[in-house]
Write a protein that binds this ligand. Structure first.
Ligand code: UT7
Length: 320
C-alpha cells in the first residue's frame, strides 16, 4: 500500500490541569481518575482554538518531513470539535500554511479520525490523485463537555497532531477500518439543535454523553480483533512489531489489548497520563512523541489503532 509517514508534529494548549486541580471544580478525586483511567493531567484550551493548534502541529510536521507547503496536494483533518461549521478545518489549515495546491476536507470518524484520514490518503495515492498528504487530528473537546458531568469531563483534553504522508511503496502494510452506526448511541454529542422561528420549544445546547462501560466493552473486543486483522493483511507477526500506538482513552483498555495480543506492555507507549483522551488527536500526538524521542528507526514495524464514537475503529501496520 503506497503511503509512508515521513514527518510528524503536535501542539498542546499552554494550560495544564491536574486531577487535583479538577477536585476544586468537580465532585471527583485524583484517586478515582488515576485508578479508573490512568489519567493524571490534561491540557485545556483557553487562548488556543482547534485551528490554531492544528496549524502549529501541521507546520511542525512539515518541518520534520522537510516538505514545503506547495508540495502538499491533499489535506485531511479529522475532528469532532472544529471551530467552524464551515469552512472546514482542513481548509482553514490550508489557508494558514499556504498549501495552495492541495484539496482539503474534513473527516468525522471521532477517535479513529486520523487513521480514517490515512486510509483516504492511501486510496488517493493508489488512484494517482495525490502524492503528498497532510493528515491532522485536532480537537478542543473541553468545549464539548458538560463540566457538571464528572463521568465525562475528567476524561478528555485538547490538542492536535499531524503527519506528512508520501506516496511510497513500503509504508502502510495492512489497514482495516470499521463502523457500527447501530451502536452509535454509546457516545454522542448533538450539533446545534433545530432552532428557528417555527420551532415552538427549542432545546438547549447538548454536550458529550457516554455509556462508558459499553464503549469499554466495544474497545477491548474490537481493538485486538482489528489489530490482528491488520497484521494478517500485512503478513506481519505481532512479535515483529516494535510499538503499538493505540488511541489514548484508558490505560486499562491498553493493558487488556496488550494481554489479548500476547505482547508486553512495554511495546505500548502511552501519553494519556499527561494528555487525557484527545479523540482524533490522540494517535498522531503519541506518534509525534515517539518519533521525536528518537525511538523509531527506518524499517521498524509499528501499529496504529483508533476507536471511538460512531462507533468507528481502524488499525494499520506500518513500516517506518
Ligand atoms: O474516546 C472514546 C473511547 N472512550 C472510551 O474508551 C471510554 C471507555 N470507558 C471507560 O474508560 C470507563 O468506562 C470509564 C473511565 C469512562 C468509567 O469507568 P468505570 O469503571 O466504567 O466506572 P463507572 O462508569 O461504572 O462508574 C463507577 C462509579 C459510579 O458511582 P456508583 O454509581 O458506583 O456509586 C460513578 O458515579 O464511579 C462514579 N464516577 C466518578 N467518581 C468520581 C464516575 N465518574 C467519576 C469521577 N469521579 N470523575
Amino acid at each position: 500500500m503506497p503511503a509512508r509517514i515521513v514527518g510528524t508534529g503536535s501542539a498542546l494548549p499552554a494550560l495544564c490541569i491536574s486531577n487535583q486541580k479538577l477536585e476544586e471544580y468537580i465532585d471527583t478525586t485524583d484517586e478515582w481518575i488515576r485508578s479508573r483511567t490512568g489519567i493524571e493531567e490534561r491540557h485545556i484550551a483557553v487562548e488556543e482554538t482547534t485551528a490554531s493548534m492544528a496549524v502549529s502541529a501541521a507546520k511542525a510536521a512539515m518541518e520534520n518531513a522537510g516538505v514545503k507547503a506547495q508540495e502538499i496536494d491533499l489535506i485531511i483533518a479529522g475532528s469532532v470539535s472544529g471551530d467552524m461549521c464551515f469552512p472546514s478545518l482542513a481548509c482553514q489549515i490550508q489557508g494558514a500554511v499556504l498549501a495552495e495546491n492541495a484539496i482539503a476536507f474534513d473527516v468525522n470518524a471521532a477517535c479513529a479520525g486520523f487513521l480514517f484520514g490515512l486510509s483516504i490518503a492511501e486510496a488517493y495515492f493508489t488512484s494517482g490523485m495525490a502524492k503528498t498528504a497532510l493528515i491532522i487530528g485536532a480537537e478542543t473537546l473541553s468545549k464539548m463537555m458538560d463540566w457538571n458531568d464528572r463521568s465525562t469531563c475528567v476524561l478528555f483534553g485538547d490538542g492536535a497532531g499531524a503527519a506528512i504522508v508520501k506516496k511510497d511503496e513500503k509504508g502502510i502494510m495492512g489497514l482495516v477500518q470499521g463502523s457500527d452506526g447501530g451502536r452509535g448511541d454509546a457516545l454522542t454529542c448533538q450539533n446545534r439543535p433545530v432552532n428557528n422561528p417555527f420551532v415552538k420549544n427549542p432545546t438547549d445546547l447538548d454536550y458529550t454523553k457516554m455509556d462508558g462501560q459499553a464503549v469499554y466493552r466495544f474497545a477491548v473486543k474490537t481493538v485486538p480483533a482489528s489489530i490482528t486483522q491488520a497484521l494478517e493483511k500485512a503478513g506481519v507477526d505481532a512479535g515483529e512489531v516494535k510499538y503499538f500506538l493505540l488511541h489514548q482513552a484508558n490505560i486499562r483498555i491498553i493493558e487488556a489489548v496488550a494481554k489479548k495480543l500476547g505482547q508486553p506492555i512495554e511495546k505500548f507507549p502511552t501519553n494519556l497520563q499527561k494528555c487525557g483522551n484527545i479523540s482524533a488527536a490522540s494517535v498522531p500526538i503519541l506518534l509525534d512523541y515517539v518519533n521525536k524521542s528518537g525511538k523509531l528507526q527506518k524499517g521498524d514495524r509499528i501499529v496504529l489503532a483508533g476507536f471511538g464514537a460512531g462507533l468507528t475503529w481502524a488499525a494499520a501496520v506500518l513500516t517506518w
